[in-house]
Design a protein around this ligand. Structure first.
Ligand SMILES: Cc1cc2nc3c(=O)[nH]c(=O)nc-3n(C[C@H](O)[C@H](O)[C@H](O)COP(=O)(O)O)c2cc1C
Length: 436
């Protein structure tokens, strides 16, 4: 009895009442509590949470608040793994700036608008309609956070039809991630551009063969930043063989090494050498230059190529001039240069410079649905999620990832609606004000 009262109260305060007046009470309750699967009615995740607690005394696997989520992940993870993800370059001023930049903007909602109960968060990106403007940021070494690593994260992004970006520093290979991600789902591949052209060609060909359809070239990490937490411990997962699977599986790398490190008779020394080879060719490389982009285009063909790690309007314009298909405004989560500008602060001038000529993605410091709203209002076409997903992964793998992703989608949908918008076309700069 208590349950019914609680949910009637909950539903009655919702605007749905006005729009579905012809429904019976039972139909109305069902439509809120049990939305059809795949209906992309993300905000119903809150009903699911309240319902599970009321009926089954269950609470979510982790907090719906980022700070508490990170705190519990910290307790679950070995200290080097937690610090590897939480840390940044130097004094970690860029990590802090990425967050502080979101506080410089405040959402100024509009009311009394005819907002539909189901806000349409869909976008069209590279000939695909996506249910929401959210992409998994390329993040390497995910088995540090749970044994299921990339398999779990790619599975959940696939379930929700959101693009999954596989990192060159992945601890799981191209085909295994493609299998867990699921046939037909949008898959992107992030390249750390190897210093050897044969390896580059081979990685790209394998990516294509496994259905990765967008190439993301990370251009801010051709050498590793000064990561003080890892340096103090001497912790570098790649030397320990985590995050090198793409190199270990690559046939051209096998030729160059003169052996297959995954063969049953491979020695420990050979495995270590292969791990080091992948790491050195991809992160102690030479700085990528515009003039070499044709080498990627030659293999990748006309499929989309994006540059990730752009922070200047000039570079964004150059990217357009050099025929790239998009940029991702990112400073690698503050892991590369200490004391750099916040990624959100770089966004506005880049959006202006690009002026609609190509999509602009954004990452760096997104911790909530409201943060996603702000980035979209400031002109990002899509956003990428990094650390929040890793902290979710630490909570029992896919269960935690699903919870975090569903929470962010729910809060985004709720925020879009409460700000007076029924789709993302209405989310623009008029809905945020600078807090100065
Ligand atoms: C543990 C960790 C590993 C990462 N690995 C990669 C990577 O392999 N390739 C890449 O382009 N970016 C990598 N990034 C950067 C993310 O793609 C993204 O830019 C960043 O996480 C955004 O910042 P946020 O997580 O604070 O929101 C990594 C970030 C973290 C935290």
């Amino acid at each position: 009895m208590r349950t019914t009262e609680l949910f009637l109260g909950f539903v009655a305060s919702s605007p749905i009442i006005l729009l579905v007046a012809a429904q019976s009470a039972q139909e109305l309750i069902n439509s809120v509590l049990n939305p059809p699967p795949g209906s992309e009615h993300y905000s119903s995740y809150s009903s699911e949470i309240y319902y599970n607690h009321t009926l089954y005394n269950q609470t979510p696997i982790a907090s719906t608040n980022y700070d508490r989520l990170e705190a519990s992940a910290k307790l679950l993870l070995p200290a080097p793994a937690y610090d590897y993800a939480a840390g940044g370059a130097g004094l970690e001023k860029t990590v802090a700036s990425n967050r502080a930049a979101f506080d410089k903007w405040q959402i100024a909602p509009r009311v009394m608008r005819p907002v539909q109960p189901r806000r349409d968060l869909s976008i069209t990106l590279f000939n695909r309609t996506l249910p929401a403007p959210i992409v998994m940021a390329p993040v390497g070494v995910q088995t540090l956070f749970h044994s299921t690593g990339e398999r779990a994260t790619s599975k959940v992004f696939g379930e929700l039809g959101l693009p999954y970006t596989l990192s060159t520093a992945s601890s799981t290979g191209f085909s295994d991630v493609a299998a867990s991600n699921g046939a037909g789902n949008p898959r992107w591949y992030q390249l750390y551009w190897p210093s050897d052209d044969d390896l580059t060609r081979s990685y790209l060909e394998t990516a294509k063969a496994n259905g990765y359809e967008v190439l993301v070239v990370t251009v801010d990490t051709w050498d590793l930043g000064w990561r003080t937490r890892d340096l103090d411990r001497g912790f570098f997962p790649f030397i320990e063989g985590v995050g090198v699977q793409i190199g270990l599986e690559d046939p051209v790398a096998h030729e160059k090494l003169g052996f297959n490190p995954l063969a049953s008779n491979a020695t420990m020394e050979q495995k270590q050498m292969a791990a080091l080879y992948h790491t050195i060719t991809t992160s102690r490389g030479i700085s990528p230059v515009w003039e070499n982009l044709w080498k990627l285009r030659e293999v990748w063909g006309d499929s989309p190529i994006l540059l990730k790690g752009v922070q200047s309007a000039e570079d964004a314009k150059l990217a357009s001039q050099w025929g790239l298909n998009g940029v991702i405004v990112s400073n690698h989560g503050g892991r590369q240069i200490d004391g750099a500008i916040a990624s959100l602060d770089a966004l506005t001038s880049i959006v202006e410079a690009v002026n609609g000529s190509m999509p602009v993605g954004f990452d760096g410091g997104i911790r909530s649905g409201a943060d996603i709203f702000k980035a979209l209002a400031l002109g990002a076409d899509f956003v990428q999620l990094g650390r929040p997903i890793l902290w979710g992964l630490a909570h029992e793998g896919e269960k935690g990832v699903r919870h975090v992703l569903k929470s962010l989608l729910a809060e985004l949908e709720i925020t879009v609606g409460l700000a007076g918008c029924s789709d993302l076309g209405q989310v623009n700069k008029d809905l945020v004000t600078a807090n100065i």
